[in-house]
Design a binder for this molecule. Structure first.
Ligand code: ADP
Ligand code: MG
Length: 404
């Protein structure tokens, strides 16, 4: 049995016109003799009546189990509307919830982890129909509780179901042509990455590229299921994500393009500790942060000072800890972390120089920076972050079209 998974995001299922565009892809899948697992998100974006955020706003104080019951209705409504219109188009189909489709999760409401995938029901249904419409974002625990998989959860549903039935492809249909060298809403001439690897996209996604959820990519990587990120509204093939890395890295290096993309993370706060810290105080500080469940990022420790960033929601806790240790510090939360990602930049000289030069030329201060073998991070003022991304995108020549 040849199976393909097609996931349609919020803007793709938002209204009947956009859903017609989805149906074209389903028809194409059927024409190519695939059984099609369709995964749908809730309809529209924040502000639309049945979008996830709008549902949450109906009962903003709801937590845990009941919040999951409320949120899962967005995908249920979406799937039923989608199914009905598909039927009207002459495409027979059946709706399954995430749980019915075999996504078994733990009981960690709002952010449930997948424990097991049971494909039997899908295979059984495919003896009777060629199209199954599955509600994204949700699963069911072993004690039959409805759970949701966290933000970007429909991407996770799609690759998990792809892994479960060993799909030939998981197609993530969205409102852009594919995964690009930067968010096209920030950089006009961002280019499509036609072929890339799970690792690269995982890095980009973890660093804030919202086009696909990192957990979804990790699942596909684990089961080696190719992902294509494509536009609902065109016939182009978009971005193909597989594990073919070495060859691609080599090609990239030869073409002189060693960065894959640039992305950003907002919602963070920077702390600069001014007091000279003895090792024991440092030890004490980081133990306290750990005790309070504060995860620390971008850490620079020297003999004279300690700088780090945390999620904004943890800033108050950090302040309290620093006061309790009588440390002098500065705290700013108008900062954005820019990530330059590229597995093939390992060992390429001059990358840091280029970053420093580009930002210096544009009068953008680097508040902090650090790097790993695949990523360089720079912290810049929020008011200049888009400008920084555009300038870096240009100076690393990411605006030049990539090889197909
Ligand atoms: P969906 O509702 O289909 O899941 P999302 O809003 O989650 O859609 O993801 C698509 C959006 O991701 C695009 O509209 C785009 O603005 C944003 N985006 C951020 N970074 C990138 C990138 N590097 N490449 C493509 N799109 C990106
Ligand atoms: Mg999405």
């Amino acid at each position: 049995m040849k199976i393909i998974v097609q996931k349609f995001g919020g803007t793709s299922v938002a209204n009947s016109k956009s859903r017609q565009a989805c149906f074209k892809h389903i028809r194409q899948g059927l024409k190519e003799n695939y059984k099609v697992v369709v995964v749908v998100s809730a309809m529209g974006r924040s502000g639309d009546p049945y979008a996830t955020d709008s549902l949450i706003n109906l009962a903003p104080n709801l937590l845990g189990r009941e919040k999951d019951l409320l949120m899962n209705t967005g995908e249920l409504i979406s799937a039923c509307v989608f199914s009905s219109e598909l039927n009207e188009q002459g495409i027979a189909n059946k709706v399954l919830t995430g749980g019915q489709a075999g996504i078994v999760t733990n009981n960690q409401y709002n952010e449930a982890g997948i424990l097991e995938l049971r494909p039997e029901r899908i295979f059984k249904e495919f003896e009777l129909t060629d199209v199954l419409v599955v509600t994204g974002f949700q699963g069911m625990s072993n004690d039959m509780e409805i759970t949701t998989l966290g933000r970007g959860g429909s991407d996770t549903s799609a690759t998990a179901l792809g892994a479960s039935v060993n799909a030939e492809f998981v197609d993530i249909f969205t409102d852009v042509e594919g995964i690009m060298t930067a968010d096209p809403r920030i950089v006009d001439d961002a280019q499509i990455l036609f072929r890339t690897t799970y690792n690269e996209i995982c890095n980009l996604a973890h660093q804030g590229a919202k086009v696909i959820h990192p957990r979804a990519v990790e699942i596909a990587m684990q089961y080696n299921i190719p992902i294509r990120v494509r536009s609902t509204f065109s016939d182009t093939k978009g971005t193909l994500i597989t594990n073919q890395s070495e060859l691609d890295d080599q090609n990239q290096k030869e073409s002189g393009q060693f960065l894959t993309g640039i992305t950003q993370t907002a919602g963070i706060a920077q702390f600069q500790i001014k007091t000279n810290l003895s090792y024991s105080v440092q030890d004490n500080l980081f133990s306290k942060l750990e005790e309070h469940g504060v995860s620390v990022d971008l850490i620079n420790i020297t003999q004279d000072n300690v700088n780090f960033t945390v999620r904004k929601e943890n800033a108050k806790k950090v302040e309290d800890i620093l006061y309790s240790l009588s440390l002098e510090f500065e705290h700013r939360d108008d900062v954005v972390k820019i990530s330059l990602v590229g597995a093939s930049m390992t060992g390429v000289p001059g990358v840091v120089r280029k970053i420093v030069h580009t930002l210096y030329e544009n009068n953008i201060p680097i508040l902090q920076s650090t790097d790993s073998h695949t990523t360089i991070w720079v912290l810049v003022p929020e008011s200049q972050s888009n400008e920084a991304i555009k300038a870096l995108h240009y100076s690393f020549e990411l605006h030049k079209p990539l090889a197909r």
